[in-house]
Design a protein around this ligand. Structure first.
Ligand code: GLC
Ligand code: CA
Length: 550
Protein backbone atom coordinates (compact mmCIF):
# COMPACT_ATOMS: atom_id res chain seq x y z
CA UNK A 1 0.00 0.00 0.00
CA UNK A 2 1.12 3.50 -0.74
CA UNK A 3 3.18 5.34 1.90
CA UNK A 4 0.96 7.80 3.75
CA UNK A 5 2.92 10.81 2.56
CA UNK A 6 1.94 10.06 -1.03
CA UNK A 7 -1.53 8.79 -0.33
CA UNK A 8 -5.06 10.06 -0.81
CA UNK A 9 -7.56 9.42 1.98
CA UNK A 10 -11.32 9.13 1.81
CA UNK A 11 -13.53 9.43 4.86
CA UNK A 12 -16.72 7.44 5.21
CA UNK A 13 -19.38 8.22 7.81
CA UNK A 14 -20.97 4.79 7.57
CA UNK A 15 -24.50 5.60 8.69
CA UNK A 16 -25.03 7.75 5.60
CA UNK A 17 -22.87 6.14 2.93
CA UNK A 18 -24.87 3.22 1.51
CA UNK A 19 -27.58 0.97 2.88
CA UNK A 20 -27.34 -2.63 1.69
CA UNK A 21 -30.16 -4.33 3.63
CA UNK A 22 -32.88 -1.72 3.27
CA UNK A 23 -33.31 -0.67 6.87
CA UNK A 24 -32.53 2.96 6.05
CA UNK A 25 -29.10 2.90 7.72
CA UNK A 26 -25.81 2.75 5.90
CA UNK A 27 -23.69 -0.33 6.65
CA UNK A 28 -20.47 -2.23 6.01
CA UNK A 29 -21.90 -4.25 3.12
CA UNK A 30 -22.96 -0.93 1.63
CA UNK A 31 -19.32 0.18 1.72
CA UNK A 32 -18.20 -3.10 0.17
CA UNK A 33 -20.71 -2.60 -2.63
CA UNK A 34 -19.08 0.73 -3.48
CA UNK A 35 -15.43 -0.31 -3.37
CA UNK A 36 -15.14 -0.16 -7.16
CA UNK A 37 -16.50 3.36 -7.07
CA UNK A 38 -13.98 4.30 -4.38
CA UNK A 39 -11.20 2.72 -6.39
CA UNK A 40 -12.25 4.80 -9.38
CA UNK A 41 -11.40 7.89 -7.30
CA UNK A 42 -7.78 6.67 -7.03
CA UNK A 43 -7.86 6.79 -3.26
CA UNK A 44 -5.47 4.76 -1.12
CA UNK A 45 -7.01 4.61 2.32
CA UNK A 46 -10.52 4.75 3.70
CA UNK A 47 -11.01 6.14 7.18
CA UNK A 48 -14.32 4.87 8.48
CA UNK A 49 -15.99 6.72 11.34
CA UNK A 50 -16.96 4.40 14.24
CA UNK A 51 -19.07 1.33 13.48
CA UNK A 52 -18.58 -0.34 16.87
CA UNK A 53 -21.40 -1.24 19.18
CA UNK A 54 -22.90 1.99 20.43
CA UNK A 55 -26.16 3.51 21.63
CA UNK A 56 -25.53 6.14 18.92
CA UNK A 57 -25.99 9.15 21.15
CA UNK A 58 -23.06 10.68 19.30
CA UNK A 59 -23.50 8.46 16.24
CA UNK A 60 -20.86 5.93 17.15
CA UNK A 61 -18.39 8.18 18.93
CA UNK A 62 -19.97 6.79 22.09
CA UNK A 63 -18.60 3.26 22.05
CA UNK A 64 -20.16 0.61 24.30
CA UNK A 65 -18.06 -2.30 23.01
CA UNK A 66 -14.80 -1.72 21.18
CA UNK A 67 -14.52 -5.25 19.86
CA UNK A 68 -17.91 -5.67 18.28
CA UNK A 69 -19.68 -4.23 15.27
CA UNK A 70 -22.93 -2.45 15.94
CA UNK A 71 -25.67 -4.69 14.49
CA UNK A 72 -27.03 -1.77 12.47
CA UNK A 73 -23.74 -1.75 10.54
CA UNK A 74 -23.31 -5.50 10.10
CA UNK A 75 -21.12 -8.20 11.55
CA UNK A 76 -17.48 -8.92 12.16
CA UNK A 77 -17.54 -11.16 9.09
CA UNK A 78 -18.61 -8.14 7.05
CA UNK A 79 -15.72 -6.13 8.44
CA UNK A 80 -13.19 -8.86 7.65
CA UNK A 81 -14.60 -9.09 4.14
CA UNK A 82 -14.30 -5.31 3.79
CA UNK A 83 -10.64 -5.35 4.80
CA UNK A 84 -9.90 -8.15 2.34
CA UNK A 85 -11.81 -6.71 -0.59
CA UNK A 86 -10.29 -3.29 -0.03
CA UNK A 87 -6.84 -4.84 0.11
CA UNK A 88 -7.42 -6.51 -3.26
CA UNK A 89 -7.85 -2.99 -4.62
CA UNK A 90 -4.77 -1.73 -2.79
CA UNK A 91 -6.90 0.23 -0.39
CA UNK A 92 -6.20 0.19 3.34
CA UNK A 93 -8.83 0.54 6.04
CA UNK A 94 -8.30 3.08 8.82
CA UNK A 95 -10.39 2.62 11.95
CA UNK A 96 -11.54 5.41 14.22
CA UNK A 97 -10.22 4.96 17.74
CA UNK A 98 -12.38 6.77 20.26
CA UNK A 99 -10.28 6.54 23.38
CA UNK A 100 -10.87 9.78 25.23
CA UNK A 101 -14.20 8.46 26.47
CA UNK A 102 -16.56 5.52 26.36
CA UNK A 103 -20.31 5.37 26.28
CA UNK A 104 -21.86 5.19 29.73
CA UNK A 105 -23.32 1.92 28.40
CA UNK A 106 -19.84 0.41 28.19
CA UNK A 107 -19.33 -2.58 30.52
CA UNK A 108 -16.53 -0.76 32.36
CA UNK A 109 -18.77 2.16 33.18
CA UNK A 110 -21.67 -0.08 34.15
CA UNK A 111 -19.46 -2.12 36.44
CA UNK A 112 -18.14 1.07 38.01
CA UNK A 113 -21.69 2.19 38.71
CA UNK A 114 -22.86 -1.12 40.08
CA UNK A 115 -19.91 -2.10 42.19
CA UNK A 116 -18.31 0.47 44.50
CA UNK A 117 -15.28 -1.78 44.97
CA UNK A 118 -14.62 -2.35 41.31
CA UNK A 119 -11.29 -1.28 39.85
CA UNK A 120 -13.36 0.24 37.01
CA UNK A 121 -14.22 3.14 39.32
CA UNK A 122 -10.80 4.54 38.60
CA UNK A 123 -11.25 4.18 34.84
CA UNK A 124 -13.34 7.35 34.89
CA UNK A 125 -13.64 10.62 36.77
CA UNK A 126 -16.34 10.12 39.37
CA UNK A 127 -16.99 12.82 41.98
CA UNK A 128 -19.47 12.69 44.87
CA UNK A 129 -22.61 14.70 44.33
CA UNK A 130 -22.75 15.63 47.99
CA UNK A 131 -19.63 17.76 47.54
CA UNK A 132 -21.24 19.80 44.80
CA UNK A 133 -20.03 20.38 41.25
CA UNK A 134 -16.28 19.73 41.17
CA UNK A 135 -15.68 22.67 38.84
CA UNK A 136 -17.51 24.93 36.44
CA UNK A 137 -16.30 23.51 33.15
CA UNK A 138 -18.77 23.35 30.34
CA UNK A 139 -18.76 20.54 27.86
CA UNK A 140 -17.66 20.88 24.26
CA UNK A 141 -21.27 20.49 23.19
CA UNK A 142 -22.66 22.99 25.70
CA UNK A 143 -23.94 22.66 29.27
CA UNK A 144 -22.09 21.43 32.36
CA UNK A 145 -19.24 19.01 31.78
CA UNK A 146 -20.50 17.00 34.77
CA UNK A 147 -23.37 14.57 34.48
CA UNK A 148 -25.19 13.05 37.40
CA UNK A 149 -25.00 9.32 36.69
CA UNK A 150 -26.71 7.88 39.79
CA UNK A 151 -27.76 8.98 43.27
CA UNK A 152 -24.18 9.51 44.44
CA UNK A 153 -21.99 10.38 41.51
CA UNK A 154 -21.14 12.92 38.93
CA UNK A 155 -18.98 11.75 36.04
CA UNK A 156 -16.90 13.96 33.80
CA UNK A 157 -18.49 14.03 30.34
CA UNK A 158 -16.72 16.52 28.12
CA UNK A 159 -18.83 15.73 25.04
CA UNK A 160 -22.39 14.37 25.31
CA UNK A 161 -23.68 13.41 28.80
CA UNK A 162 -23.38 9.73 27.85
CA UNK A 163 -19.72 9.92 26.82
CA UNK A 164 -17.72 9.48 30.03
CA UNK A 165 -14.12 10.63 29.94
CA UNK A 166 -11.55 7.93 30.59
CA UNK A 167 -8.85 8.45 33.18
CA UNK A 168 -5.63 8.00 31.22
CA UNK A 169 -3.54 8.44 34.36
CA UNK A 170 -4.66 4.95 35.24
CA UNK A 171 -2.19 2.50 33.63
CA UNK A 172 -4.97 -0.09 33.32
CA UNK A 173 -6.88 2.24 31.02
CA UNK A 174 -3.81 2.70 28.85
CA UNK A 175 -3.35 -1.05 28.71
CA UNK A 176 -6.99 -1.59 27.71
CA UNK A 177 -6.68 0.86 24.82
CA UNK A 178 -3.47 -0.78 23.68
CA UNK A 179 -5.17 -4.18 23.69
CA UNK A 180 -8.05 -2.80 21.65
CA UNK A 181 -5.62 -1.42 19.10
CA UNK A 182 -3.89 -4.78 18.88
CA UNK A 183 -7.24 -6.45 18.33
CA UNK A 184 -7.97 -4.33 15.24
CA UNK A 185 -4.40 -4.41 13.95
CA UNK A 186 -4.54 -8.19 14.06
CA UNK A 187 -7.50 -7.98 11.70
CA UNK A 188 -5.26 -6.39 9.11
CA UNK A 189 -6.26 -2.75 9.25
CA UNK A 190 -3.88 -0.08 7.98
CA UNK A 191 -4.11 2.28 10.90
CA UNK A 192 -6.14 4.50 13.16
CA UNK A 193 -7.63 7.91 13.20
CA UNK A 194 -7.37 8.88 16.85
CA UNK A 195 -10.40 10.81 18.00
CA UNK A 196 -9.70 14.02 19.99
CA UNK A 197 -6.32 12.68 21.02
CA UNK A 198 -5.01 15.92 22.43
CA UNK A 199 -7.63 15.84 25.19
CA UNK A 200 -6.84 12.49 26.80
CA UNK A 201 -5.04 14.04 29.74
CA UNK A 202 -6.72 16.52 32.06
CA UNK A 203 -5.16 18.92 34.53
CA UNK A 204 -4.19 17.11 37.75
CA UNK A 205 -7.05 17.13 40.22
CA UNK A 206 -9.32 18.67 37.59
CA UNK A 207 -8.63 22.00 39.28
CA UNK A 208 -9.77 25.18 37.57
CA UNK A 209 -8.13 28.52 37.97
CA UNK A 210 -11.33 30.46 38.46
CA UNK A 211 -13.70 27.99 40.07
CA UNK A 212 -16.09 30.43 41.68
CA UNK A 213 -15.64 33.73 39.97
CA UNK A 214 -17.21 32.94 36.65
CA UNK A 215 -20.48 31.12 36.12
CA UNK A 216 -18.82 28.66 33.78
CA UNK A 217 -15.68 28.31 31.76
CA UNK A 218 -14.48 26.42 28.76
CA UNK A 219 -12.39 23.44 29.71
CA UNK A 220 -9.88 24.05 26.92
CA UNK A 221 -7.10 25.35 29.16
CA UNK A 222 -7.34 22.29 31.36
CA UNK A 223 -7.68 19.50 28.85
CA UNK A 224 -5.94 20.39 25.60
CA UNK A 225 -2.40 19.35 24.63
CA UNK A 226 -1.27 18.44 28.11
CA UNK A 227 2.28 17.05 28.33
CA UNK A 228 1.22 13.89 30.14
CA UNK A 229 -1.16 13.01 27.33
CA UNK A 230 1.66 13.45 24.88
CA UNK A 231 3.81 11.05 26.92
CA UNK A 232 1.03 8.50 27.08
CA UNK A 233 0.65 8.66 23.33
CA UNK A 234 4.35 8.14 22.75
CA UNK A 235 4.50 5.19 25.09
CA UNK A 236 1.48 3.64 23.42
CA UNK A 237 2.95 3.99 19.95
CA UNK A 238 6.39 2.87 21.05
CA UNK A 239 4.96 -0.37 22.26
CA UNK A 240 2.70 -1.07 19.29
CA UNK A 241 5.18 -0.01 16.63
CA UNK A 242 7.47 -2.83 17.72
CA UNK A 243 4.93 -5.33 16.48
CA UNK A 244 2.95 -3.58 13.77
CA UNK A 245 3.33 -1.13 10.94
CA UNK A 246 0.39 1.22 10.83
CA UNK A 247 -0.64 4.77 10.13
CA UNK A 248 -1.77 7.14 12.87
CA UNK A 249 -3.85 10.21 12.16
CA UNK A 250 -4.49 12.29 15.25
CA UNK A 251 -7.46 14.56 15.50
CA UNK A 252 -6.01 17.61 17.20
CA UNK A 253 -9.01 19.37 18.60
CA UNK A 254 -8.31 23.13 18.35
CA UNK A 255 -4.64 22.20 18.29
CA UNK A 256 -1.96 24.84 17.75
CA UNK A 257 1.18 24.38 15.70
CA UNK A 258 3.45 24.05 18.70
CA UNK A 259 1.47 21.12 20.07
CA UNK A 260 1.13 19.66 16.58
CA UNK A 261 4.92 19.62 16.31
CA UNK A 262 5.21 17.78 19.60
CA UNK A 263 2.55 15.17 18.88
CA UNK A 264 3.22 14.67 15.21
CA UNK A 265 6.36 14.38 13.15
CA UNK A 266 9.10 12.15 11.86
CA UNK A 267 10.48 11.18 15.23
CA UNK A 268 9.82 7.70 16.42
CA UNK A 269 6.51 7.25 18.20
CA UNK A 270 4.99 10.50 17.12
CA UNK A 271 1.73 10.59 15.19
CA UNK A 272 2.11 10.37 11.42
CA UNK A 273 -0.47 13.02 10.68
CA UNK A 274 -2.45 15.65 12.45
CA UNK A 275 -5.87 17.10 11.75
CA UNK A 276 -6.14 20.73 12.79
CA UNK A 277 -9.24 22.90 13.12
CA UNK A 278 -7.99 26.33 12.12
CA UNK A 279 -9.50 26.37 8.65
CA UNK A 280 -12.84 25.24 9.98
CA UNK A 281 -12.81 28.02 12.58
CA UNK A 282 -12.46 30.76 9.97
CA UNK A 283 -14.77 33.66 10.66
CA UNK A 284 -15.72 32.28 14.09
CA UNK A 285 -15.13 34.28 17.26
CA UNK A 286 -12.76 33.20 20.07
CA UNK A 287 -15.38 31.00 21.71
CA UNK A 288 -15.46 28.58 18.82
CA UNK A 289 -17.63 27.45 15.97
CA UNK A 290 -20.89 28.83 17.34
CA UNK A 291 -19.39 32.19 18.23
CA UNK A 292 -20.92 34.20 15.40
CA UNK A 293 -19.80 37.62 16.63
CA UNK A 294 -17.42 37.98 13.72
CA UNK A 295 -20.34 37.04 11.51
CA UNK A 296 -18.42 34.13 9.96
CA UNK A 297 -16.95 36.76 7.68
CA UNK A 298 -13.45 36.34 6.39
CA UNK A 299 -11.49 37.28 3.32
CA UNK A 300 -9.64 35.09 0.86
CA UNK A 301 -6.54 36.55 2.45
CA UNK A 302 -7.56 35.15 5.84
CA UNK A 303 -8.25 31.77 4.22
CA UNK A 304 -4.91 31.87 2.49
CA UNK A 305 -3.06 32.95 5.63
CA UNK A 306 -4.25 29.88 7.46
CA UNK A 307 -3.19 27.56 4.66
CA UNK A 308 0.14 29.30 4.39
CA UNK A 309 0.78 29.32 8.09
CA UNK A 310 0.16 25.57 8.48
CA UNK A 311 2.07 24.75 5.32
CA UNK A 312 5.03 26.75 6.58
CA UNK A 313 4.86 25.24 10.06
CA UNK A 314 4.59 21.71 8.69
CA UNK A 315 7.74 22.22 6.64
CA UNK A 316 9.65 23.92 9.43
CA UNK A 317 8.73 21.42 12.15
CA UNK A 318 8.53 18.37 9.87
CA UNK A 319 5.01 17.40 10.75
CA UNK A 320 2.46 16.09 8.29
CA UNK A 321 -1.04 17.49 8.05
CA UNK A 322 -4.16 15.52 7.22
CA UNK A 323 -5.58 18.21 4.97
CA UNK A 324 -9.36 18.43 5.08
CA UNK A 325 -11.89 20.85 3.62
CA UNK A 326 -14.74 19.16 5.45
CA UNK A 327 -15.57 16.12 7.54
CA UNK A 328 -18.50 14.71 9.49
CA UNK A 329 -18.22 17.53 12.06
CA UNK A 330 -18.27 20.44 9.64
CA UNK A 331 -20.61 21.99 7.12
CA UNK A 332 -20.18 20.93 3.48
CA UNK A 333 -16.97 22.37 1.99
CA UNK A 334 -18.57 24.03 -1.02
CA UNK A 335 -21.18 25.74 1.15
CA UNK A 336 -18.71 26.77 3.83
CA UNK A 337 -15.76 28.00 1.78
CA UNK A 338 -16.97 28.12 -1.81
CA UNK A 339 -20.05 29.48 -3.53
CA UNK A 340 -22.67 26.76 -3.57
CA UNK A 341 -24.97 28.82 -5.74
CA UNK A 342 -23.50 30.57 -8.79
CA UNK A 343 -20.10 28.90 -8.86
CA UNK A 344 -20.77 25.55 -7.27
CA UNK A 345 -18.75 23.50 -9.76
CA UNK A 346 -15.94 26.00 -10.10
CA UNK A 347 -15.51 26.67 -6.40
CA UNK A 348 -15.83 23.01 -5.41
CA UNK A 349 -13.09 22.10 -7.87
CA UNK A 350 -10.95 25.01 -6.70
CA UNK A 351 -11.19 23.73 -3.13
CA UNK A 352 -10.07 20.30 -4.28
CA UNK A 353 -7.05 21.71 -6.05
CA UNK A 354 -6.08 23.75 -2.99
CA UNK A 355 -6.54 20.78 -0.68
CA UNK A 356 -4.31 18.65 -2.88
CA UNK A 357 -1.58 21.30 -2.95
CA UNK A 358 -1.42 21.82 0.79
CA UNK A 359 1.53 20.34 2.61
CA UNK A 360 0.32 16.99 3.89
CA UNK A 361 -2.03 14.36 2.59
CA UNK A 362 -5.41 15.24 1.08
CA UNK A 363 -8.61 13.89 2.59
CA UNK A 364 -11.93 13.68 0.75
CA UNK A 365 -15.09 13.49 2.80
CA UNK A 366 -17.92 11.41 1.32
CA UNK A 367 -20.04 13.50 -1.03
CA UNK A 368 -17.42 16.20 -1.38
CA UNK A 369 -16.42 14.63 -4.70
CA UNK A 370 -19.85 15.50 -6.12
CA UNK A 371 -19.98 18.87 -4.34
CA UNK A 372 -22.86 17.99 -2.05
CA UNK A 373 -24.24 21.07 -0.36
CA UNK A 374 -25.50 21.98 3.09
CA UNK A 375 -29.01 20.80 3.94
CA UNK A 376 -31.98 23.02 4.59
CA UNK A 377 -33.13 21.53 7.86
CA UNK A 378 -36.09 22.75 9.86
CA UNK A 379 -35.54 22.52 13.58
CA UNK A 380 -37.70 19.37 13.95
CA UNK A 381 -35.30 17.51 11.68
CA UNK A 382 -32.11 18.29 13.58
CA UNK A 383 -30.42 15.09 14.66
CA UNK A 384 -27.11 16.06 16.16
CA UNK A 385 -26.76 16.45 19.90
CA UNK A 386 -24.30 19.29 19.49
CA UNK A 387 -26.79 21.25 17.40
CA UNK A 388 -29.74 20.66 19.69
CA UNK A 389 -27.84 21.26 22.90
CA UNK A 390 -25.94 24.28 21.71
CA UNK A 391 -29.21 25.77 20.52
CA UNK A 392 -30.43 25.63 24.12
CA UNK A 393 -27.09 26.69 25.62
CA UNK A 394 -26.80 29.73 23.35
CA UNK A 395 -30.15 30.91 24.63
CA UNK A 396 -29.80 30.05 28.31
CA UNK A 397 -26.10 30.69 28.93
CA UNK A 398 -25.30 33.32 26.30
CA UNK A 399 -28.70 35.03 26.17
CA UNK A 400 -28.80 34.75 22.39
CA UNK A 401 -32.38 35.18 21.11
CA UNK A 402 -33.96 32.01 19.69
CA UNK A 403 -34.16 33.19 16.08
CA UNK A 404 -30.46 34.04 16.06
CA UNK A 405 -29.48 30.86 17.87
CA UNK A 406 -31.31 28.93 15.17
CA UNK A 407 -29.51 30.78 12.41
CA UNK A 408 -26.13 30.16 14.04
CA UNK A 409 -26.80 26.44 14.35
CA UNK A 410 -28.08 26.25 10.81
CA UNK A 411 -24.84 27.79 9.62
CA UNK A 412 -22.48 25.44 11.43
CA UNK A 413 -24.45 22.30 12.26
CA UNK A 414 -22.76 18.94 11.88
CA UNK A 415 -26.01 17.64 10.41
CA UNK A 416 -25.08 19.21 7.07
CA UNK A 417 -22.36 16.65 6.53
CA UNK A 418 -24.46 13.74 7.70
CA UNK A 419 -27.14 13.71 5.06
CA UNK A 420 -27.12 10.49 3.06
CA UNK A 421 -24.86 10.06 0.07
CA UNK A 422 -26.61 10.97 -3.17
CA UNK A 423 -25.94 8.11 -5.57
CA UNK A 424 -28.60 8.65 -8.23
CA UNK A 425 -31.92 10.31 -8.89
CA UNK A 426 -34.15 7.46 -7.83
CA UNK A 427 -36.14 7.73 -4.62
CA UNK A 428 -33.99 8.44 -1.52
CA UNK A 429 -31.06 9.30 -3.77
CA UNK A 430 -30.27 5.64 -4.34
CA UNK A 431 -28.95 5.43 -0.80
CA UNK A 432 -31.65 2.96 0.21
CA UNK A 433 -34.95 1.59 -1.08
CA UNK A 434 -36.67 2.71 2.10
CA UNK A 435 -36.97 6.02 3.92
CA UNK A 436 -33.46 6.70 5.26
CA UNK A 437 -32.78 7.46 8.93
CA UNK A 438 -32.25 11.09 7.97
CA UNK A 439 -33.72 13.48 5.47
CA UNK A 440 -32.30 13.23 1.95
CA UNK A 441 -31.12 16.60 0.69
CA UNK A 442 -33.74 18.16 -1.61
CA UNK A 443 -31.24 18.55 -4.41
CA UNK A 444 -30.50 14.82 -4.89
CA UNK A 445 -32.15 14.67 -8.29
CA UNK A 446 -29.63 17.08 -9.73
CA UNK A 447 -26.63 16.42 -7.49
CA UNK A 448 -25.68 12.74 -7.52
CA UNK A 449 -22.92 10.34 -8.49
CA UNK A 450 -24.71 8.88 -11.49
CA UNK A 451 -25.27 12.30 -13.10
CA UNK A 452 -21.65 13.20 -12.74
CA UNK A 453 -20.11 9.86 -13.52
CA UNK A 454 -19.93 10.15 -17.29
CA UNK A 455 -19.94 13.94 -17.51
CA UNK A 456 -16.40 15.11 -18.30
CA UNK A 457 -17.13 18.54 -16.80
CA UNK A 458 -18.46 17.29 -13.50
CA UNK A 459 -16.79 17.76 -10.15
CA UNK A 460 -16.49 13.99 -9.93
CA UNK A 461 -14.58 13.80 -13.21
CA UNK A 462 -12.35 16.61 -12.06
CA UNK A 463 -11.57 14.76 -8.85
CA UNK A 464 -10.64 11.63 -10.79
CA UNK A 465 -8.30 13.61 -13.02
CA UNK A 466 -6.77 15.40 -10.08
CA UNK A 467 -6.18 12.23 -8.09
CA UNK A 468 -4.69 10.63 -11.18
CA UNK A 469 -2.23 13.52 -11.56
CA UNK A 470 -1.42 13.31 -7.88
CA UNK A 471 -0.28 9.75 -8.34
CA UNK A 472 1.48 10.11 -11.68
CA UNK A 473 3.51 13.33 -11.43
CA UNK A 474 6.23 12.64 -8.86
CA UNK A 475 6.73 16.34 -8.07
CA UNK A 476 3.18 16.48 -6.75
CA UNK A 477 3.95 14.44 -3.67
CA UNK A 478 7.74 14.62 -3.55
CA UNK A 479 8.47 18.13 -4.74
CA UNK A 480 9.53 21.02 -2.56
CA UNK A 481 6.52 23.11 -1.59
CA UNK A 482 6.57 26.85 -2.24
CA UNK A 483 3.94 29.53 -2.51
CA UNK A 484 3.94 32.74 -4.47
CA UNK A 485 1.86 35.92 -4.66
CA UNK A 486 1.43 35.71 -0.91
CA UNK A 487 0.28 39.30 -0.68
CA UNK A 488 -2.33 38.98 -3.41
CA UNK A 489 -5.85 39.32 -1.98
CA UNK A 490 -7.51 36.77 -4.28
CA UNK A 491 -5.00 34.51 -5.95
CA UNK A 492 -3.74 31.38 -4.26
CA UNK A 493 -0.62 30.08 -5.95
CA UNK A 494 1.30 27.04 -4.78
CA UNK A 495 4.03 24.94 -6.35
CA UNK A 496 5.74 21.59 -5.91
CA UNK A 497 9.13 21.30 -7.48
CA UNK A 498 11.31 18.19 -7.60
CA UNK A 499 14.09 19.64 -9.71
CA UNK A 500 12.82 17.92 -12.84
CA UNK A 501 9.33 19.31 -12.94
CA UNK A 502 7.31 21.94 -11.23
CA UNK A 503 3.58 21.45 -10.81
CA UNK A 504 1.57 24.49 -9.78
CA UNK A 505 -1.89 25.40 -8.62
CA UNK A 506 -3.04 28.82 -9.72
CA UNK A 507 -6.38 29.64 -8.22
CA UNK A 508 -8.49 32.75 -8.42
CA UNK A 509 -10.43 32.29 -5.22
CA UNK A 510 -12.89 35.08 -5.88
CA UNK A 511 -15.97 35.99 -7.84
CA UNK A 512 -14.11 38.57 -9.92
CA UNK A 513 -11.92 38.19 -12.96
CA UNK A 514 -8.21 38.50 -12.23
CA UNK A 515 -5.22 39.22 -14.37
CA UNK A 516 -2.70 36.44 -14.58
CA UNK A 517 -0.14 35.42 -17.17
CA UNK A 518 1.33 31.97 -17.40
CA UNK A 519 4.99 31.48 -18.16
CA UNK A 520 5.89 30.57 -21.69
CA UNK A 521 6.85 27.01 -20.97
CA UNK A 522 3.97 26.43 -18.56
CA UNK A 523 1.51 23.78 -19.73
CA UNK A 524 -2.02 23.58 -18.37
CA UNK A 525 -2.70 20.02 -17.18
CA UNK A 526 -6.09 20.55 -15.65
CA UNK A 527 -8.54 23.40 -15.57
CA UNK A 528 -11.80 23.74 -13.70
CA UNK A 529 -13.51 25.79 -16.39
CA UNK A 530 -14.02 25.10 -20.08
CA UNK A 531 -12.41 28.07 -21.73
CA UNK A 532 -9.25 29.53 -20.32
CA UNK A 533 -8.55 32.99 -21.68
CA UNK A 534 -5.03 34.31 -21.97
CA UNK A 535 -3.83 36.69 -19.27
CA UNK A 536 -7.01 36.40 -17.31
CA UNK A 537 -8.61 34.10 -14.77
CA UNK A 538 -12.40 33.78 -14.52
CA UNK A 539 -14.18 33.61 -11.14
CA UNK A 540 -12.80 30.64 -9.20
CA UNK A 541 -10.78 29.59 -12.19
CA UNK A 542 -8.07 27.20 -11.10
CA UNK A 543 -5.31 25.92 -13.31
CA UNK A 544 -2.95 23.10 -12.58
CA UNK A 545 0.13 23.62 -14.67
CA UNK A 546 3.42 21.93 -15.32
CA UNK A 547 6.88 23.20 -16.12
CA UNK A 548 9.38 20.63 -17.22
CA UNK A 549 13.04 21.59 -16.86
CA UNK A 550 15.25 20.68 -19.77
C1 GLC B 1 -14.48 14.07 17.51
C2 GLC B 1 -15.41 13.49 16.48
C3 GLC B 1 -16.80 13.96 16.76
C4 GLC B 1 -17.20 13.47 18.13
C5 GLC B 1 -16.19 13.91 19.18
C6 GLC B 1 -16.39 13.16 20.47
O1 GLC B 1 -14.40 15.44 17.42
O2 GLC B 1 -14.97 13.82 15.20
O3 GLC B 1 -17.72 13.53 15.79
O4 GLC B 1 -18.46 13.97 18.46
O5 GLC B 1 -14.88 13.65 18.78
O6 GLC B 1 -16.04 11.81 20.29
CA1 CA C 1 -28.53 -1.04 6.53
Amino acid sequence: MRPFKEAIFYQIWPRSFKDSNQDGIGDLQGIISQLDYLQSLNIDYIWISPFYQSPQDDYGYDVSDYRNIDPSYGTMADFIQLVQEAKQRNIGIICDLVANHTSTQHAWFQEALNNPNSDKRDYYFFRPIKEGLPNNWISIFGGSAWTQVNEEDYALTLFTPTQADLNWDNPKVRQEIKDIMRFWLDLGIAGFRLDVFNTISKIDGLISKYPQKKGFQFADDYILNRPKGQQYLKALLQDLKQDYQFITIGEGMLIDQEAAAIMCGPEKNQLDMIIHFDLHMLGCGPLGKFDFRKGYLYSTKDFKNILHSWNKAAIKHHFHVASTMSNHDQPRAVSRFGDDHTYRFESAKALFAINFFNVGSPFIYQGEEIAMKNMKLPIEEWKDFEAKNTYQALQSMMKVPAFLAKKIIQKMSRDHARGVMQWNQSAHGGFSDVQPWFKVNDDYESINVENQNEDPHSVLSYVRQLTHLYHTIPAFTQGKHTESMLEHPHLIVMHKDDGKQRISCICNFSKKKMKYTLMEDEVVLLSNIDHHSLNQLQPYETLITLNTYS
